[in-house]
Design a protein around this ligand. Structure first.
Ligand code: 4NP
Length: 155
């Protein structure tokens, strides 16, 4: 089973959407995979996702209302095969905690699977309006579809 971890800063806006969307792709393509999410910061530990993320995902048929935020832990390097980060600051925060080269190689910017070598970030929507959450959803949905299709072919 392939284990995927989605990571952002707070684990309340972007990575819960990525977890919910990836879970729906795992079901759609019947993949032998597991997905979870975490944040690099501790601000929101124990909280459900941001209401705007819940609402926007629901609009697209993805229920993330029951997810609970947790912090990224060093043991996640051992427990996951692939660690997808949403932006470049998540990338450096996670890389700093890596113990080995193998750990480092597990960490990828989510949008690089969709737009190779672009080093694009999923923008943080926390301080913006509703449109930011819709943009985040669209980007994440495209990236997860790409990842799921590739995994499907490689089975
Ligand atoms: P996320 O968004 O990293 O996508 O969950 C944020 C959530 C909270 C904060 C920043 C970004 N914050 O500063 O509390």
């Amino acid at each position: 089973m392939k284990k995927i971890l989605m990571v952002c800063l707070g684990n309340i806006c972007r990575s819960p959407v990525a977890e919910g969307v990836m879970r729906s792709k795992i079901e759609k393509y019947k993949l032998d995979a597991f997905v979870d999410s975490a944040g690099t910061a501790a601000y929101h530990i124990g909280e459900h996702p941001d209401k705007r993320s819940i609402q926007n995902a629901k609009k697209h048929g993805v229920d993330i209302s029951k997810l609970v935020a947790r912090k990224f832990e060093i043991t996640d390097f051992d427990n996951f095969d692939r660690i997808y980060v949403m932006d470049s600051s998540n990338y450096s925060d996670v890389i700093k905690l890596a113990k080995t080269e193998i750990d480092k190689q597990k960490v990828k910017l989510l949008l690089n699977d969709l737009y190779p070598d672009s080093n694009m970030s999923v923008p943080d929507p926390y301080f913006g309006g509703e449109q930011g959450f819709e943009n985040v959803f669209i980007l994440i949905e495209k990236a997860c579809e790409e990842i799921a299709q590739r995994m499907h072919i490689n089975i």
